[in-house]
Ligand binder design. Structure first.
Ligand SMILES: [Zn+2]
Length: 307
C-alpha cells in the first residue's frame, strides 16, 4: 500500500517529536467526570513528585473525549483543586477533545492492522475471541474498529512492579481503538496524547497495568518508542472498590491540604516531612521522593476520613 504525502508527514512528525523529548516530561491526565477525590489526588501527587524530583516538567491533560460523562465544570474544579494543593502544572492544559486530528492520523497509520467488529460487549468478554477477524463483521449492525494485537509477547519493566509480560492473543485479545459511537477509544487516545505532549514517564494507577501492553503494541505498530511506566497501588474504599464518582467518593478539600498530603505520602510509602507548612512539605517531599519506597501492591484502602 502506498502512503499519501500526508501519512508520511505524520509518521515523520511523530518520530521527530519522540526524538526531541527532553529528559523527563510527566503528566496527570484526569477525566473530568467529577472533582478530584483522594484516589486521583494520590496519582496526581505521585506523578508531580516523580517529575519534580527528576527536575522534569509536569503537564496536565484533561481526558474529555467522552462527551456524555464529562463536564466543563468538573474540569475547572479539578484545576482549582490542584492549584489549592499547590500541584502546579507546567505549560498549558491540553484538552483531549481538541486534538482528535492526531487520532485520525494515527488511525490511518494503523489501518493495515485493524478490522471492523460488530460484536457487543458481552460477546467480547473476558477476552475477545477474534470472531470478526475470522468471519468478518455483521455489516447490518453498527461497527467498532479493532486492532489486531501482536501474537508475540508484550513486556515492559515497571518502576514499581518490575518486569511484566503478557501474551498478546491469549492474555489480551484484539482491542477496540474506535468505538461504535465514533469516539476514539482510550488506548489510542492516550498513546497519541502522550506522543503529542512528548511524555517520557507515565505514573498512574495499577488498574491500568494491563492497558500498558496494549498501548505498547500501538507504539510498536507506529514504530515509536514508548515512555517509561510506574504503576501505583489504586486507592479503594472499604468494599475494595476503586474510589470514583460512581462510588460517591468525597472530593478532596484544599483547606485540609497538609493533612491530606501527609496521608497520601504515607500511602505512597514515602518519608513524611516534619513540617506543617504546605510549601515546605511539598519541597521536602520532592527532595525525598523515592520510587523504590512505593508499596508493591495493587490496592490500598483509603483513610476513613477521606471516603
Ligand atoms: Zn466482532
Amino acid at each position: 500500500m502506498t502512503k499519501s504525502k500526508n501519512d508520511k508527514y505524520t509518521a515523520r512528525n511523530f518520530r521527530d517529536e519522540s526524538n526531541s523529548r527532553s529528559h523527563y516530561v510527566g503528566r496527570f491526565a484526569p477525566s473530568p467526570s467529577g472533582p478530584l477525590h483522594y484516589g486521583s489526588l494520590v496519582t496526581a501527587l505521585a506523578s508531580f513528585l516523580d517529575a519534580k524530583h527528576n527536575k522534569g516538567k509536569w503537564l496536565l491533560r484533561i481526558e474529555d473525549l467522552d462527551f456524555f460523562r464529562n463536564s466543563r465544570s468538573a474540569s475547572l474544579e479539578i484545576q482549582k483543586q490542584l492549584k489549592g494543593f499547590r500541584l502546579i502544572w507546567d505549560d498549558e492544559v491540553l484538552f483531549q477533545s481538541s486534538s482528535t486530528l492526531g487520532y485520525s492520523e494515527a488511525l490511518k497509520q494503523l489501518a493495515d492492522s485493524t478490522y471492523l467488529c460488530s460484536c457487543n460487549r458481552k460477546e467480547s468478554r473476558p477476552i475477545y475471541n477474534g470472531n470478526c477477524r475470522k468471519n468478518g463483521a455483521d455489516k447490518t449492525k453498527s461497527t467498532a474498529l479493532r486492532l489486531m494485537i501482536s501474537q508475540d509477547k508484550l513486556s515492559f519493566k515497571d518502576a514499581v512492579f518490575g518486569h511484566l509480560q503478557w501474551k498478546g492473543l491469549e492474555d489480551l485479545g484484539d482491542f477496540i481503538i474506535k468505538r461504535k459511537d465514533g469516539v476514539f477509544a482510550y488506548h489510542l487516545a492516550v498513546v497519541v496524547d502522550d506522543l503529542n505532549q512528548k511524555i517520557t514517564h507515565v505514573v498512574r494507577g495499577s488498574d491500568l497495568l494491563d492497558s500498558t501492553p496494549r498501548q505498547l503494541d500501538i507504539y510498536k505498530k507506529l514504530g515509536l518508542n514508548p515512555p517509561k511506566y510506574c504503576h501505583l497501588p489504586v486507592i479503594v474504599d472499604s468494599n475494595n472498590f476503586k474510589l470514583s464518582k460512581q462510588s460517591f467518593a468525597k472530593k478532596v478539600d484544599p483547606e485540609k491540604a497538609v493533612t491530606i498530603l501527609r496521608l497520601a505520602l504515607t500511602d505512597l510509602g514515602q518519608i513524611i516531612p516534619r513540617t506543617e507548612n504546605h510549601q515546605h512539605l511539598l519541597e521536602q517531599a520532592i527532595k525525598n521522593w523515592n520510587v523504590e519506597r512505593i508499596p508493591k501492591k495493587l490496592t490500598t484502602k483509603a483513610p476513613k476520613m477521606l471516603l
